[in-house]
Unconditional design. Structure first.
Length: 85
């Protein structure tokens, strides 16, 4: 969305909401792009990042030890002699 700086003054709150929602909001001056409104990215703290990595690693370890291995995942396609069924 492109809007002039003058018009943006009256609807700044709505423009901020749209930018936070992911819309591209470009403010123009004399018809030329001047600035873009973009949301601030929240910083992830180290502890939250560590918990997430631990969860992913635990999930991967569980999947690696559970069920059949990927090496045998296509065995159902072949008979005992190794020929296609």
């Amino acid at each position: 969305m492109r809007i002039s700086v003058t018009a943006a003054k009256a609807q700044l709150t709505e423009l901020v909401r749209r930018a936070e929602a992911g819309d591209e909001v470009v403010l123009t001056r004399h018809g030329q792009p001047a600035v873009t409104l973009v949301p601030v990215k929240k910083a992830v703290d180290r502890e939250a990042r560590r918990r997430l990595l631990d969860e992913v690693q635990a999930s991967a370890a569980l999947k690696a030890t559970a069920g059949e291995s990927a090496a045998r995942s296509q065995d159902f396609l072949y008979d005992e002699q190794g020929l296609p069924r």
